[in-house]
Design a protein around this ligand. Structure first.
Ligand SMILES: NC(=O)c1ccc[n+]([C@@H]2O[C@H](COP(=O)([O-])OP(=O)(O)OC[C@H]3O[C@@H](n4cnc5c(N)ncnc54)[C@H](O)[C@@H]3O)[C@@H](O)[C@H]2O)c1
Length: 448
């Protein structure tokens, strides 16, 4: 490129950025002026280097950071800060990412942060933050990222209780006002086959939809046993530390597997219905996966959700070895049926998706960074929060054994979160003298 066209391009780019800043500032009003003026990172064009911070450096966080860095073909990008509750997790992630991405992982020692406040410090150094801790922390971290004026990619679920959902919904509104881009890790929304199948179903391919089904029946993902953790550490762990390490089995931080995993399938049905259930009833318990290492969550839930039009979604999720397994979504209509996860419609308008799509984990990052660099409206937080709430509604129904209405559930003031975050914070759920944690008892337990 010659110098003249280079400077012309720079000029265009500057005036475009000025335009975008002006329009977004005008749209959000005077109160936002100061924070937008300070925050050059709200949007970036193709020349700007985008700085990323990773908060929660485990399996998915490392994957998400990798996918974010893979968008370098859209423009320069660097990982500049990392935060985790534990040093060993951060180091493992850093080594992995650095090995793959080299100089694009530019995280000096003083930009690696450890502990409960680490997220604030890492976010402050970035234009885009990846929130990939266990979900209990998501509302707090998302609220802070939005407060700081950062674009966000956050993993699902985005909360574990109604108070958390409300916090995310409020921050989502704020993010819109600030023209921030927010992606949520419900990656099926970025999967070509899902997109096409849902569109056809919404256009009437199977007529009126009478009922839907959603399943995540599989095996236990992982467990970190207290004895192993303490042997590795060479000391006793505080209860907070143990629950943080073995987070899958504690409600405040995980939300139970109906929320942590099954949200994907529930969210697909919400997407299809273009709405959220108005009530739910269900049953569940812990039958097989019991014992000291398996905390307080259930190993199976079966829920009947009702949508505003009276149609039902039948949902199951189970973590029991040797049973019928299926991770899938189905729709039944007056003119046919659909196996949504297989992109297949049978009946009057039989059809099958034969196209090819990119890996959905990569595609969701390509889409988010495209929106950031082109200043396109992009905010998945609301449906992320409401699909999280759908899974929480289901959990409230199975724990209580009662029929639970959405409006009452989302307004619930019961908080399952710890009162503070220190390594010696007294935890709300602790093991009894037999080493077992109390589990909800249907018919006797309060809603959450
Ligand atoms: N979209 C998907 O398909 C998908 C797949 C897997 C996981 N996930 C989601 O990603 C999230 C993380 O799951 P994972 O499998 O990576 O778990 P993980 O245990 O491997 O990683 C979580 C990391 O967060 C850290 N952490 C915990 N509390 C923290 C805090 N307060 N501040 C900073 N760091 C903290 C942990 O130490 C750990 O390194 C979960 O919400 C999970 O549901 C999504």
């Amino acid at each position: 490129m010659n110098d003249q066209s280079k400077s012309q391009r720079n000029e265009e780019s500057v005036s475009r950025r000025k335009f975008l800043k002006t329009t977004s500032t005008a749209a959000v009003g005077g109160s936002m002026l100061s924070s937008l003026a300070m925050n050059h990172g709200v949007f970036a064009d193709h020349h700007d280097e985008v700085k990323v911070a990773l908060i929660g450096c485990g399996g998915r966080g490392s994957g998400a950071a990798d996918q974010a860095l893979n968008t370098y073909d859209q423009g320069p990008i660097k990982l500049v800060a990392m935060a985790d509750a534990f040093r060993d997790r951060l180091d493992g992630s850093f080594n992995l990412l650095h090995k793959k991405h080299g100089d694009r992982v530019a995280v000096p020692e003083d930009q690696k942060f450890i502990g409960f406040d680490a997220y604030k410090k890492a976010a402050a150094l970035a234009d885009v933050v990846i929130l990939a801790t266990p979900p209990g922390f998501r509302p707090i971290h998302f609220e802070e990222a939005v407060r700081q004026g950062k674009n966000v990619f956050m993993e699902k679920p985005v909360a574990t209780d109604p108070a958390g959902v409300r916090k995310v919904l409020a921050a989502a509104k704020e993010a819109k006002k600030k023209n921030l881009k927010v992606g949520v890790g419900l990656q099926r929304h970025h999967q070509a086959g899902y997109i096409e199948t849902i569109k056809r179903l919404q256009d009437g391919a199977i007529g009126d939809i009478i009922a839907t089904r959603a399943y995540w029946n599989g095996n236990t993902p992982w467990v970190r046993k207290r004895a192993d953790l303490e042997a590795k550490a060479g000391r006793k762990l505080t209860e907070m530390e143990y629950q943080m390490r073995n987070w899958y089995y504690f409600n405040w931080i995980c939300g139970d597997h109906i929320t942590e995993q099954h949200i994907h399938n529930l969210d697909v049905i919400n997407w299809l219905k273009d709405g959220y259930p108005v009530k739910a009833n269900g049953m569940g318990g812990a039958e097989v996966r019991v014992g000291k290492d398996y905390g307080e969550i259930f190993d199976h839930h079966a829920v009947e959700f009702t949508y505003a039009d009276g149609s039902k979604m039948f949902s199951q999720c189970r973590h029991q070895v040797g049973c019928w397994n299926s991770v899938s979504e189905h729709a039944h209509g007056t003119k046919g049926n659909a196996r949504i996860d297989r992109y297949t419609i049978t009946g009057d308008n039989a059809w099958r998706f034969r196209g090819k799509g990119k890996n959905a984990y990569q595609q969701e990052h390509d889409d988010l960074f495209h929106a950031i660099r082109n200043n396109e409206e992009y905010n998945e937080a609301e449906y992320g929060a409401k699909s999280s709430m759908t899974s929480i509604l289901g959990r409230m129904a199975t724990y209580s054994g009662k029929e639970v209405e959405w409006d009452k559930a989302i307004a619930s003031e019961i908080s399952i979160m710890p009162d503070s975050f220190e390594w010696d914070t007294p935890m709300k759920s602790v093991p009894g003298p037999d080493g077992l944690y109390p589990r909800p008892v249907p018919g006797q337990s309060i809603l959450v």
